[in-house]
Design a protein around this ligand. Structure first.
Ligand SMILES: Nc1nc2c(c(=O)[nH]1)N[C@H]1C(S)=C(S)[C@@H](COP(=O)(O)OP(=O)(O)OC[C@H]3O[C@@H](n4cnc5c(=O)[nH]c(N)nc54)[C@H](O)[C@@H]3O)O[C@H]1N2
Ligand SMILES: Nc1nc2c(c(=O)[nH]1)N[C@H]1C(S)=C(S)[C@@H](COP(=O)(O)OP(=O)(O)OC[C@H]3O[C@@H](n4cnc5c(=O)[nH]c(N)nc54)[C@H](O)[C@@H]3O)O[C@H]1N2
Ligand SMILES: [Mo]
Length: 768
């Protein structure tokens, strides 16, 4: 096999559909990973790189945020981790000549896959107002242009600073300082579209916006409920932890509208048994729930537990409830008032079955609930997650071994970014500590989250945009509105490793700053720098890349931000005070500042040396301390909500295929779901295909319907093929980002503001 040149756009005529797989991983996954790695990196670099993923003193996998096992395997990565690495460590390059050869209009005509396949960005480039092509610009001129634009703003609130979750703690901390030093909290991030609902619900109820379990807890649980998550594709290493739990006798309940392959059966390529004997059956129960039915499911479990307690006793952890919680009476009343027919309608599951599931919960000595986007991207996600907490509190399942909440994070450092201050609504304690450390006055007014930022763009109130990684244009909802809004901005800047849509849908002027990724050696001040990241379970560890960077003179994110700080804060006595050049030269200096500002980072630099990991303090987990309004873990009463689907319409969820990382498309297959060679498909129940007057394989337009302030709004995504699939009636699924054009900007979760990417009302229209 040889390294392959990038190919053309996805040709949907190649699309083939076979039956979905009933299990995940195994030998084909390993082969597929190696093939993709070889195509992008060649064989030597592949082996050299993959052996360092997630090893002590290696680099943190840029794939997902699932923690490493304490006892590491020689190959501590998975198929999709290998693809994430290959995507970054590729030997393909996008040099200035590439931009000379392709106009922005021409690039815009390509899809996300083609753009990403071109390779690593190597040189800063600028698109001048009215120009057709990007042209090269020196680092100095690029940074000065940006600093001048920032100084030129009437108000710092006219600027928006986005962050994606790969940014390291060091870069993120310095970045938020730059932004607050300028005088705004406009720090939207990918978390606003991801686990924001988890953060909102958990902060209110248990006083911390994070999970409360460790990897050992997963191994030791009696019962694991995995709801709204597709780990076989998105967190493959989690399957290994579930397998271990299973071997120790745990039961697993999968709650999902789709029978996702990884949850049904799992072949672990790291054990002989996995390869030879066809693997472990992971899920003991598959609860095929209707989209958005989870609040009802957890109410049903709570209602059943309370009823049985009343009748037989012995279920509730009365000591825990009395000592550590508040609000049980209101919750008990709400569950007494809940009616089974409504719980059945919302879940699509009958009372007897719901009670049978609840009995499994009753019989468990320690329960963990894991979840991801299927629970966080609905209008009623926050009440849904409060209901998850209610059920766990009943049996005292927080703050003891093998029990707790486990929101499974997406981006590899999205949790760390939030910990170090990437947040549009920072706490007063954090800001006060920042003021003290840097002798300035951080702004107190809350800033824009992702949706608020887009609304401001739409109204022409944004003059400057900076994206610290990510792909704002493709990742956000309501693509047409976002594209139009970006066009109204004076200067858009993207700090990126790879080409994406946000580089070709720009403001009047645009700058691309290429940067180092996780796998790249970052040599500053004569030493190889480490950065640090926090995984989904609050463990912080270092990451150090070893590969030669894709081009000479490439700056790290830290260096870019430090230089911007030096430029914009020069000779301004009111700005934060720090030695920017020194921080750029030695990232340990940034860790020194972090430890002075954020509790839990004491002795930071020493505790990450030699591949060590440390845990940030976690009140609920460590000592059953709940920093809520009343100092207790809070039971809540939440009116039941679930989506109503109008006659002749479908409820569409937008999800990931097996061959993508968010907006980065690795390939055209969704192997486990039986889709090959294309992405424009809608998975839909065979009876719905017939009932709506279509046939399997028909090509349709998806038209979303939203009742906004001005009446019915319609949005259209063209040419999707209908694929019969085992989804509940009335529910359908299609891939993101192609379907983001359908998600109305105004359709967001209550409290958290997260776009409702898992609940879009659509109708199918035959193509003319
Ligand atoms: N390879 C790979 N890894 C990734 C990513 C990637 O794109 N590719 N993305 C990363 C990121 S940023 C994130 S946030 C995570 C995302 O990880 P996931 O949340 O697993 O990603 P999705 O593809 O959005 O899958 C949502 C799952 O929830 C189910 N679901 C949808 N609606 C509902 C519902 O109402 N109720 C229930 N019970 N289930 C529902 C869907 O059927 C699907 O199985 O993965 C991270 N890891
Ligand atoms: N409809 C719908 N929309 C969704 C979702 C959904 O399920 N459905 N999911 C949402 C979720 S959970 C998330 S997290 C967001 C994701 O939103 P984003 O995080 O904005 O998107 P990504 O596709 O992960 O960003 C990919 C780009 O990041 C850049 N990049 C990669 N590594 C690095 C690095 O180390 N440094 C820098 N500076 N740049 C780097 C590359 O240029 C690459 O093109 O999308 C959200 N949007
Ligand atoms: Mo995410």
């Amino acid at each position: 096999m040889v390294r392959k040149a990038p190919t053309t756009d996805i040709d949907e005529r190649q699309l083939r559909v076979t039956s979905p797989a009933d299990h995940a991983v195994g030998v084909p996954a390993v082969l597929h990973a190696l093939q993709i790695s070889q195509e992008q990196m060649g064989i030597t670099r592949s082996v050299e790189t993959l052996l360092r993923v997630n090893q002590k003193d290696g680099f943190d996998c840029p794939g997902c945020a699932w923690p490493e096992e304490n006892k590491r395997h020689l190959a501590e990565f998975c198929e999709n981790g290998a693809k994430a690495v290959a995507e970054e460590a590729t030997l393909r390059r996008v040099p200035p000549e590439f931009f000379a050869a392709h106009s922005v209009d021409e690039l815009r005509a390509h899809d996300d896959w083609w753009l990403g396949q071109q390779g690593r960005l190597t040189h800063p480039v600028i698109l001048e107002e009215g120009a057709t092509h990007y042209r090269p610009i020196s680092w100095n001129d690029a940074l000065t242009t940006i600093a001048d634009a920032l100084k030129d703003l009437d108000s710092p609130d006219d600027a928006v600073f986005y962050t994606s979750g790969r940014t390291s703690n060091e870069a993120a901390f310095l970045y938020q300082l730059l932004v607050r030093g300028l005088g705004t909290n406009n720090l939207p991030d990918c978390s606003n579209m991801c686990h924001e609902s988890s953060g909102s619900a958990l902060t209110e109820t248990i006083g911390i916006g994070k999970g409360t379990v460790s990897i050992e807890d997963i191994h030791d649980a009696d019962l694991l409920i995995v709801a709204g998550q597709n780990p076989g594709t998105n967190h493959p290493r989690m399957l290994g932890a579930l397998e271990k739990a299973k071997q120790r006798g745990a039961r697993i309940i999968a709650v999902n509208p789709l029978p996702e392959a990884g949850l049904i059966r799992f072949d672990n390529p790291q054990t002989i048994r996995g390869v030879m004997l066809g693997g472990t059956t992971l899920a003991d129960e598959f609860v095929q729930i209707r989209l958005g039915g989870d609040q009802a499911l957890f109410q049903a479990i709570g209602k059943h537990l309370l009823e049985v307690e009343e009748r037989d006793g012995g279920i509730l952890d009365h000591d825990f409830i009395a000592q550590y919680t508040s609000g049980i009476d209101a919750y008990r009343q709400a569950m007494a008032d809940a009616v089974w027919p409504e719980l059945e309608a919302a879940t699509g599951i009958d009372e007897a079955e719901l009670r049978r599931i609840a009995e499994i919960v009753r019989g468990s000595g320690s329960t963990i609930v894991c979840w991801a986007m299927g629970l966080t991207q609905h209008k009623h996600s926050v009440p849904t997650l409060r209901e998850v907490v209610n059920v766990l509190l009943l049996q005292g399942n927080i703050g003891r071994p093998g029990a707790g909440v486990c929101p499974v994070r997406g981006h590899s450092n999205v949790q760390g970014d939030r910990t170090v201050g990437i947040y549009e609504k920072p706490s007063e304690e954090f800001l006060a500590a920042l003021d003290r450390e840097f002798s300035f006055a951080a702004p107190r007014a809350h800033g824009y989250d992702t949706v608020a930022a887009i609304r401001a763009m739409r109204e022409g109130r944004v003059r400057f945009f900076l994206g610290m990684g990510g792909n704002f244009v493709s990742a956000t909802p309501d693509t047409a509105v976002v594209e139009e809004g970006m066009g109204r901005i004076d200067l858009t800047v993207q700090v990126s490793t790879k080409l994406n849509r946000s580089h070709v849908v720009t403001g009047r002027r645009a700058i691309i700053l290429p940067t180092l990724g996780r796998t790249d050696r970052d040599r500053r001040g004569g030493t190889d720098q480490r950065v640090t990241v926090e995984d989904s379970m609050g463990a912080v560890h270092a990451s150090r890349g070893r590969l030669a960077p894709p081009a000479e003179g490439l700056l790290s994110e830290v260096a870019i931000i430090a230089r911007l700080c030096a430029l914009v804060f020069a000779e301004n006595p009111a700005a934060p005070h720090a030695d920017w050049a020194a921080l750029e030269g030695d990232y340990a200096g940034i860790r020194g500042h972090i430890q002075n500002v954020i509790p839990g980072f004491e002795d930071y630099d020493r505790r990450i040396q030699k591949g060590r990991t440390f845990f940030l303090p976690n009140g609920p987990r460590d000592e059953r301390r709940f920093a809520t309004v009343d100092g207790k873990a809070r039971f809540t009463a939440n009116p039941l909500e679930y989506p109503r689907i109008p006659e002749g319409r479908l409820l569409l969820q937008t999800l990931r295929s097996h061959d993508q990382y968010n907006t980065t498309i690795y390939g055209k297959d969704d192997r486990y779901r039986g889709i090959r060679g294309g992405r424009r498909v809608v998975l839909i129940h065979p009876d719905d295909i017939m009932g709506l007057g279509f046939a399997d394989g028909d090509v349709v337009d998806l038209v979303s319907e939203w009742h906004g302030a001005g009446g019915l709004e319609e949005r259209r995504a063209e040419a999707f093929r209908l694929v019969r699939y085992a989804t509940p009636r009335g529910n359908a699924a299609a891939y993101y980002p192609e379907t983001n054009v359908l998600v109305p900007l105004e359709s967001v979760a209550d409290v958290s503001g997260t776009p409702t990417s898992k609940a879009v009302i659509v109708r199918l229209e035959r193509r003319a």
